[in-house]
Design a protein around this ligand. Structure first.
Ligand code: ATP
Ligand code: MG
Length: 639
């Protein structure tokens, strides 16, 4: 990064004069009372932003737009599962959110109480989140695709006064009844919520527990008034908790503040996403993930944009017919300017007819942002060629709330480099450290752990819910002799200051004394034209310590049934790794499977694959998407 560039200057100010910088950004939102102190970091690693300030996320997302754009679209809901499509204006959203807020109040919810939201992607889910923010209740959204085990442990941890849920979700046309899963989760949890507020979509029958369960329509009908003003909260009051994906272990309850988060999102909409009031933002994520919190619900609305909330598969039309062009149809119809998705979704689309990308008028689209896992170069190139707009990888975590490393193209346009998410975002002091000595690595292309030096910027997690010790011990004490936040990801920085994420620190394998990142091997293998997807894990080996094992999904499914084909492909893949990375990195075997085990957020579950290879118990699989894929790995390994 040239030290004289506009972004470099912007970044430098955020690091050297954080109080001035963030006081400036704080003007992007409405305050009921101005902060008296911008930054309080007297007790590191804890940070308080905008101390003394009073604000409200719901006010900033909804109410403040009423005078200027009350009749403009705010929430556009499209479900290809139920074939429904509906737009709420800011005024209508305001009305709905107030009604839900009044219902929660009627059920006894007060400031600081937890409300657990276990919902499909329906407008009522967004109403419930905004309603909590409005009255100062803490929402804990649990991904609607989770079954009762994962839900029960989260109910236990969050101890909600009320649960908001629905009769059912639907995935690929298959109805999944939520209510029995919720009942079972409450039964096994030692914490019992006082009330359950239910939306009835008419998809599955519900048995109501007398005295506990309430239909939202009935509660709303009994309200004497549905006028609920925003509760002015301290900037440091908790807005929500959300659990990490659980890719590497027991999920952590990430706790977030109110004022810092609002400012961070408003600033990111301006500088990173370049989303402007009156336009439409389309994030294909789910409200169960942090991306859904930041960029389906709060971010776009705070910016005065309409947000498109989508229920359904990326390959399904309005009548549930196969349609690999549905997202592009929506981009055209709603004139989406900013789109946000994940590499895993793009890989699904890559299997569709590329002509679908040319069928619609996508001229409104300015950029596609992708996050959540490494964006491999072939996938980035495919979508970039197809859309003809900048493809912007962004690296972040549930913990950070917004991108840590990406490009702030609205501050200064920089070229994307495929394979790199970009440069550190303003406010984030990102460093690369030697994991064993804690020494900072400053030369280009030296590999180390990616860490963040405090004070962390606004929007970053405050702590682990109810567990300050876990926050400090897990995140801030992993590098010897230095109190820095570890991302637990490996990375390098090139001579231009662009970072490359090389995988998770616990995905490193040690082959005969050589430390190798599984991501590098995966990147190399996915460059083979015959490979659609690949996972590499380290497996214990008596001689070498560990060896790499690769599991690949072939593009040609014949490699699954024809051993001769499989052997040829395996040989080619091995040769490729040999040539590009060297013999040490060459996997012991490359096995072919039809699907890889993933979390419901689409991330590879390497730890589960590794456990199966080593004949260990794969542990907590409650957040896993498709258990049959792990079974297949077991068979391949044993056969
Ligand atoms: P857990 O912490 O519970 O194991 P998780 O880390 O998968 O789960 P998230 O917070 O959803 O939970 O994911 C953040 C992680 O995802 C990052 O630490 C990184 O490993 C990966 N990641 C996210 N975005 C990118 C990206 N653009 N490039 C590479 N990796 C990414
Ligand atoms: Mg993590």
């Amino acid at each position: 990064m040239s030290p004289h560039s506009r972004y470099a200057e912007f970044y430098r100010r955020s690091i050297e004069a954080p109080e001035d910088f963030w006081a400036e950004q704080a003007k992007l939102i409405d305050w009921h009372a101005q902060p008296t102190r911008i930054l309080d970091d007297a007790k590191p690693p804890f940070v308080n932003w905008f101390v003394g300030g009073k604000t409200n996320l719901c006010h900033n997302a909804v109410d403040r737009h009423l005078p200027t754009r009350g009749d403009s679209p705010a929430l556009i809901h499209v479900s290809t599962e139920t074939g429904t499509e509906r737009t709420y204006t800011f005024s209508q959203l305001h009305e709905e959110v107030q009604r839900t807020a009044a219902s929660l109040l009627a059920l006894g919810v007060g400031k600081g109480d937890r409300v657990l939201i276990y919902m499909p992607m329906i407008p009522q889910a967004a109403f419930a989140m905004l309603a909590c923010a409005r009255i100062g209740a803490i929402h804990c959204v649990v991904f609607g695709g989770f079954a009762s085990g994962a839900l029960a442990s989260r109910i236990e941890d969050a101890a909600p006064k009320v649960v908001v849920s629905a009769d059912a979700g639907s995935r690929g046309g298959k109805v999944v009844a939520y209510k029995p899963l919720l009942d079972e989760a409450i039964r096994v949890s030692s914490h019992k919520p006082e009330a359950v507020l239910l939306s009835d979509r008419g998809l599955a029958p519900m048995e109501l527990v007398a005295g506990r369960d309430h239909l939202d329509s009935e509660v709303a009908a009994r309200l004497s008034s549905a006028d609920v003003p925003c509760e002015w909260l301290d900037a440091t009051d908790i807005s929500y908790t959300i659990y990490t994906s659980g890719t590497t272990g027991r999920p952590k309850g990430v706790q977030r503040d109110t004022g810092g988060y609002a400012v961070a999102l408003a600033a990111s909409m301006k500088h990173i996403f370049d989303g402007r009031a009156g336009e439409t933002y389309f994030s294909t994520s789910d409200i169960g993930w942090v991306v859904g919190h930041s960029y389906i619900v709060y971010g776009p609305l705070i910016a005065g944009m309409a947000t498109l909330m989508y229920e359904g598969l990326p390959t399904q039309g309005m009548n549930r017919e196969p349609d690999g062009g549905i997202w592009w149809r929506l981009v055209e119809k709603y004139k989406v300017t900013v789109m946000f998705s994940a590499p895993t979704a793009v890989r699904v689309l890559k299997k569709q007819d590329p002509a679908l990308l040319k069928k619609y008028d996508l001229s409104s689209l300015r950029a596609l942002f992708l996050a959540g896992e490494p964006l491999d170069e072939p996938t980035a190139r495919w979508i970039s060629d197809g859309l003809g707009v900048p493809i912007i990888d962004n690296y972040w975590q549930t913990e950070s709330g917004w991108p840590i490393i990406t490009l702030a193209n609205a501050v200064e346009r920089k070229p994307s480099k495929f394979g790199s998410p970009g440069v550190p975002m303003y406010g984030f002091k990102v460093k690369i450290l030697d994991e064993s000595t804690g020494e900072e690595l400053t030369a280009p292309n030296e590999k180390g752990v990616v860490v963040i030096e405090g004070p962390t910027p606004p929007g970053f997690m405050q702590t682990v819910w109810k567990d300050d010790a876990r926050f400090v011990n897990t995140y801030w004490k992993s590098v010897p002799g230095r109190m820095v936040y570890s991302t637990f990801d490996w990375g390098i920085r090139d001579e231009d200051g662009y970072f490359y994420i090389l995988g998770r620190t616990d995905d490193v394998i040690n082959v005969a004394g050589h430390r190798l990142g599984t991501r590098e091997i995966e990147e190399c293998i996915s460059g083979h034209a015959g490979v659609a997807e690949v996972a590499v894990v380290g497996v214990a080996d008596a001689l070498k310590g560990q060896v790499a094992m690769a599991f690949a999904v072939p593009k040609d499914s014949q490699a699954l049934s024809d051993p001769a084909r499989a052997l040829t492909l395996e040989g080619e893949v091995m040769q490729r790794v040999n040539d590009e990375l060297g013999a040490v990195a060459r996997p012991a075997r490359v096995r072919f499977v039809s699907a890889l085990p993933k979390t419901r957020s689409g991330k590879l579950l390497r730890r589960a694959i590794q456990a199966v290879c080593e004949q260990r118990d794969p542990g907590d699989l409650t957040t896993m998407d498709d258990p049959a894929s792990l079974q297949q790995i077991r068979q391949v390994v044993q056969g």
